[in-house]
Design a protein around this ligand. Sequence first.
Ligand SMILES: Nc1nc2c(c(=O)[nH]1)N[C@H]1C(S)=C(S)[C@@H](COP(=O)(O)O)O[C@H]1N2
Ligand SMILES: [Mo]
Length: 505
Amino acid sequence: MDGKPADGVAGVIAGGVALGVAELSAAAAGGQQASPLIAVGAAGITLTPEWLKDFAIRHFGTNDKLVLLISLGTGVAATAVILGIIRRRHPVIGLAGLGALAVLGAVAAVTRPAAGWAAVIPSIVGGLAGMAALALLVRPHDHPRTGQAVGADRRNLLLTGAGAVAVAGASGLGGRLLLERGNVAAARRSVRLPRATSAARAVPAGAQIRVPGMTPFVTPNPGFYRVDTALTLPQVAPRDWTLRIHGLVDRPVELSFDDLLKRPMLERDITLSCVSNQVGGRYAGNARWLGASLAGLLREAGIRSGADQILSRSADGFTVSTPIETIMDGRDALLAVGMNGEPLPVAHGFPARMVVPGLYGYVSATKWVVDLKVTRFATDKAYWTERGYADHAPVKTLSRIDVPRAFAQVKAGRVPVAGTAWAQHRGIDAVEVRVDGGPWRRAELAPVSGLDTWRQWVLEWDATPGSHRLEVRATDGTGAIQPSTRVPPIPDGATGWHSIVVTVT
Ligand SMILES: Nc1nc2c(c(=O)[nH]1)N[C@H]1C(S)=C(S)[C@@H](COP(=O)(O)O)O[C@H]1N2
Ligand SMILES: [Mo]
């Protein structure tokens, strides 16, 4: 009997052997990037069309990578089932299919930024192991008539299968464990951050609106939104870290992590937000950053005339273009090492990242940053600007109703309506709320210590029974009112008024 279920299972086992052995040799050869599954996933992220990436960020949020890995795993398993079944009738094609998958993994791995030729090894070794397993598990020539194993043969097959499963499991697990050893968690714990030479202004007593369910004024690190293209977190040890400043400069600079820590350290409260944030969305967070002045570093390197862009690059090859003008205009643009009193979390750029108040993250906030090229917008494009996003992207004024929640049921009477508004580096001067399209009413603004953080607000509302629509809009420090026109995040950030509907009983 052709195409029996056991052949499909054998295919999956062979696929597992391939991936497991690849994982183990990735640990030996080239690290995370050389693991075929990770490499194909990462290449997938790079090649994904903009609309799909936007959809993924919107619907899966920070889980977008988990969804990608699960889809990939499912795809590989399904292909392996098919190859197992094909192998019975077309022995060579079944094996060649596995070989093709291995080639795909190898190509993906070797084309990752910063990958050497050794990155092909895990896919090839894994592919060969998988082919050997498939050849052993599905032997079409043993029983040309029935294609079925019988008696002692079947026992042999079961033993081979069990052995292959053990190889797949042990090598996969072992490989993962070894790969995790490259983990910088311990190095991060041993970093001692210097004291700030210029401390942050104290957060004013009333900055946090005391209403149950209100967003914290300072976002705790574990709850800080995360947006990046990294499928596995880059593990950059401080002792291996250097920052190169080159391009249109008088004196190229190469900075070690110790050099960086010896520089004057600024501590600043800065709200970071993502261009992908939708009106009412949660891709914004406020932290106390510690870092060196970027302007100071660039001044030492000496920017040549004609340069108008800093192209920053991360350890995993992501790039960001930032206008030099903005970095040098007196705002606190940082090469940050600390976040809320700790070394940067690995997910947020350890050991060093950029933070520039007033610009969306994709044009300012390079995590795991290792390279600054002083260049021109006419010469160089960055990851997202190559994909249709704007070169210049100052943060747009946004305001958000945090309580009550959308579609909440509240009791009639006095109901506090509270939320957050941001227009980094211009500041928030007013927030207004209206109910059911009625007159705008000014909310009470919480105090803030500067222009670079978000600002909380609250309005007491006399809620009457029924269904009501609440809307909010902010005015920034230049007097400009947040526009009502809804535009999508691409190319330079969403606008529109946040509105929610609540039921009063
Ligand atoms: N290396 C690297 N840095 C990056 C990104 C990235 O994909 N890779 N994404 C940028 C974007 S789009 C944003 S909004 C911020 C998010 O920073 P966070 O994850 O610390 O909140 O990081 C920026 N820095
Ligand atoms: Mo972003």
